[in-house]
Design a protein. Structure first.
Length: 278
């Protein structure tokens, strides 16, 4: 089944540090590397039969993103935007934990015209971080008009998009988020939140909880699967990879327990990659 991924691709600048700097502190960078990133890239990379729709602008970061995407085996539509691409600076600590500084640019600038002639898809993936930008209301409008099933990952800045969350719930999407995002959205335990969100959408709700595994709720049963603990080298893209695997499994109508195990393994493979593999 075809999946349309309406999400940005970014130039990610990885800075490996011993610790995060405090205000006014000077911290030496151990090593650095530029890599292709963003929800759109990570999801498309991990989800077979997907078509990535990612705006592209100009400047050094746009050139980097375009060249890297063209070298990947990902079917991509890259509408042109007349402004510079932004960059995401990722501070990576020794335990693999990440802190992000994001400068949004052309990669987050969708227009209604970009969406007119898109191929019909069985599923559409959309992320909350892309919906922070006001002009991207067109993505919600597009999803509202389509007959495709919707897979929505609200992302970490839930407090910034309250009106977007309400509109997306009205579309009855499958939801994918981590424990902290679920609890921030629902203001209760994530288990209670999953039930509450299902009642609004009548669609599966999937929640990840780091080394404690992942959960899925289908209105009847709360599924939970966990894998063996591993050493995290870089957790960037782990949540997107988990979401992509779940999307692919749902498109194949896999059982929920199998879906979670498969997604957990995909996420583990992502976080155990060394920086030389980025």
């Amino acid at each position: 089944m075809t999946k349309l991924v309406l999400a940005s691709c970014t130039a990610d600048l990885y800075l490996y540090v011993d610790h995060l700097p405090t205000s006014a502190q000077d911290v030496k960078v151990i090593s650095r590397q530029m890599a292709l990133g963003g929800c759109g890239y990570h999801v498309s990379k991990a989800c077979p039969d997907s078509i990535l729709v990612c705006p592209i602008g100009d400047g050094m970061y746009a050139q980097f993103v375009k060249e890297k995407l063209l070298s990947e085996e990902i079917e991509t539509i890259m509408p042109t935007v007349l402004q510079e691409n932004g960059v995401c600076i990722c501070l990576i600590e020794p335990n693999g934990q990440r802190t992000f500084l994001s400068s949004h640019g052309a990669e987050y600038f969708y227009t209604p015209q970009m969406l007119v002639d898109l191929p019909q898809a069985d599923w559409i993936y959309i992320s909350g971080i892309d919906l922070e930008e006001k002009q991207n209301q067109c993505l919600i409008d597009y999803c509202a008009k389509t007959s495709s099933k919707i897979f929505f990952a609200p992302g970490p800045r839930i407090s910034a998009i309250p009106s977007v969350l309400k509109q997306m719930l009205d579309l009855k999407p499958v939801l994918h988020m981590n424990k902290e995002e679920c609890e921030a959205w629902c203001q209760c335990s994530f288990q209670e939140g999953m039930v509450s969100l299902f009642e609004k959408t009548q669609k599966p709700v999937i929640v990840t909880d780091a080394s404690r595994g992942s959960y899925a709720y289908d209105g009847k049963k709360l599924y939970h699967e966990v894998e063996e603990a591993v050493v995290t080298k870089n957790a960037t893209g782990a949540g997107d990879t988990h979401a992509a695997s779940c999307l692919d499994s749902l498109s194949q109508k896999m059982p929920f327990d199998e879906m979670l195990r498969r997604a957990n393994r995909a996420s583990i493979q992502k976080i155990t990659q060394g920086k030389e593999e980025l």
